[in-house]
Design a protein around this ligand. Structure first.
Ligand SMILES: [Zn+2]
Ligand SMILES: [Zn+2]
Length: 334
């Protein structure tokens, strides 16, 4: 089958991705589904893995963890899905189920967790195997292209929104406005929050306005109002002090990314005192995924995508690196 692999992690300009046709179609093991890929979203984490910001777990891994596909075979012991079902595969691919984090409902923190496109081959390929217990039923009312970004951008954005603890009718600042942010912003607005967007990309600003943001400005512009909550989607550590300074008393900043450049030193008085909170967001639980996918269907979220052909995966990642993707980039199998 055809599959993209990270051959030499490094900047996109150095050609880190390679398209191969030498890998066999995988066999589904016990508890696994064999899924034929229909679409796969292109997430910033794929870029961090391809460029080597995140160390590879195995050589020549296939990235991609926003996979929409069809079950074409099932391994022994699968119970939730059958041949022909449409399923989604997301970032969280497995946990040990026995550690103290799993037992208390925080499976996103499981030290034994494995991830699609990092520990297991992902969706930049014609087929992949997915654990039956970690595959997702998909909501109605979306095309295959629209579904893909819901599976990471959407789910992680939703967890970041929960972690930001926006009070009822409160103000939320969002830094960076790509695939994840444009979905989280819609959920926040549906829940009554007033959303202020801080981003430098002109197309992203237009999208934020179209979706109903109360204000849109550049990343380092002052906030028009004190913020109860904030989410940092841009992987830019220098924004952290600016976002903390924009918080009102008792406000919370959630950092949504898996990777962030260095955070400059913080000033206690300007950035943290008055009980401001700084939080990270790590992966998601299957419960987060289920909640978000249910909300996505109920709220009819508007998913903005930029489609690419399967053969253009390296171009999609290059465009993402250059902030030239509006909404979420999605690969479509030819
Ligand atoms: Zn665990
Ligand atoms: Zn992702």
């Amino acid at each position: 089958m055809r599959a993209w692999v990270v051959a030499r992690p490094g900047p996109m300009s150095s050609g880190p991705l390679e398209l191969t046709d030498e890998r066999p179609v995988p066999e589904p093991g016990p508890g696994e589904l064999l899924v034929k890929v229909v679409t796969c979203g292109v997430c910033r984490t794929d870029l961090h893995l391809t460029e080597g910001d995140l160390p590879p777990r195995h050589p020549r891994m296939t990235p991609g963890h926003e996979v929409v596909g069809r079950v074409v075979a099932t391994g022994p012991g699968t119970t939730r899905f059958r041949e022909g079902d449409r399923v989604g595969a997301a970032w969280l691919a497995g946990t040990d189920g026995t550690c103290r984090f799993c037992r208390r409902g925080d499976e996103n923190l499981c030290p034994g967790s494995v991830y699609t496109g990092w520990d297991r081959h992902g969706g930049y390929a014609e087929y992949l195997t997915v654990a039956d217990a970690f595959a997702h039923p998909l909501p109605a009312g979306f095309s295959d292209g629209e579904l893909a970004p819901l599976l990471c951008a959407g789910i992680i954005g939703y967890r970041a929104l929960v972690r930001a603890e926006v009070p009822p009718g409160g103000t939320l600042g969002i830094w960076g406005f790509g695939g994840s942010a444009h979905l989280a912003a819609q959920v926040a607005m549906a829940q009554g929050a007033q959303v202020h967007v801080f981003t430098r990309a002109p197309a992203a600003r237009d999208l934020a306005r179209d979706l109903g943001a109360a204000s849109v400005q550049d990343s380092f512009d002052p906030t028009p109002v004190p913020l109860d909550s904030a989410i940092l989607f841009a992987p830019v550590g220098t924004i952290v002090p600016a976002a903390l300074a924009a918080l009102d008393r008792g406000g919370t900043l959630a950092i949504a990314g898996i990777y962030l450049t260095a955070i400059p030193s913080l000033d206690y008085e300007r950035h943290l005192f008055q009980e401001r909170n700084l939080r990270s967001v790590t992966s998601n639980t299957r419960g987060d995924a289920q909640e978000f996918l249910t909300l996505a269907e109920r709220l009819h979220l508007k998913v903005t995508t930029t489609p690419y052909r399967f053969g253009q995966a390296d171009q999609a990642l290059t465009d993402l690196a250059g902030d030239r993707v509006n909404g979420a980039a999605v690969l479509h199998m030819e």
